[in-house]
Design a protein around this ligand. Sequence first.
Ligand code: ADP
Length: 340
Amino acid sequence: MEDRTSTRVEDAELWSRAAASLSIGVVLVDADYHTVYSDYADKIPTGGFAERILLERAISALKHDARLELYRSQTLEVFGPPKSYFQLVTTPLGSDPHPPFIITVENITERKRLEEVRRDFVANVSHELKTPVGGIVLLADALSQESDPATVLRLSRRILDEGDRLARLVTDLLDLSKLEETELHQIHDVNLNEIASECVDRYRLGAEARGIGLEVTFAPDPPIVSGDRWQLSSALSNLIDNAIKYSEPGTEVRVTIAISADSVEAIIADRGIGIPARDLSRIFERFYRVDADRSRATGGTGLGLSIVRHVIENHQGKIDVTSTEGVGTTFTISLPRVPA
Ligand code: ADP
């Protein structure tokens, strides 16, 4: 008999240790309406004073209702800042009249934030797709009623432009979703001099056509980083493409690859229009543009810098930007160096 009692005590201890180890808070109330276990307050970060008070009130109300055999769930919104959300669920333990019950308290702030990000993203993508698709439909309609060869040519060219824009947007979206799987599948030792050389070659003609010089300085020793060649090339390409797009004719874009003891740097500097200080912290967000008209006119999708940010995060690197309006912008990528 004694053994049994001690086992029960040990069981109870074990259960409360198990409950304490869960990330959700637990309040256990017995059939006599005594709170026999409660740990939600211990799971709120220190400083969460408002959360503690509001949760206490909400739990009292849920307990009161449970006593009347009304088992409720509730989402509690705590206005911050920062704003937080808690999901509270009351569950009876058994079907007897006035059974014991449990209230679980889950912090769902992160889940809510992700839902919001996803909602915004879907709204943004739909909006971005709507513009070229709408354009194509209108232009095609006009084209079908046109017989003048010069107008037919002009309308077809505009349809092609909108089609191109649509294709670029879809390609960038696919790239972004590939990059969001943070795990790198194709890891090799990659020489950043080679990648910079390939990217600069790809953009040189286009830059020259716009009267912009494209200069590259390579690192004297092999700048080797461990990573995915396609991703690194896509990050550099996006930065070079932007540097050219946001520069005026007669200026120069400089790409420099440099090494230090433990890092490899790629510096892309232009003498272009620059970025206002108030926008600098937001340019890596998806679809954020300082000047939407200029971005669209130059074929931008608003996704280039989010692609760059993902690539750098996937490679445990850092990206910095300094810019002065009317003077120019410098992006510096820093990646961990693989010793030669
Ligand atoms: P976009 O396709 O519009 O170029 P990005 O994500 O590549 O989108 O860049 C976001 C915004 O940041 C751009 O719309 C532009 O306003 C600004 N930006 C990026 N690079 C530069 C640069 N080198 N000089 C000036 N502005 C830039």
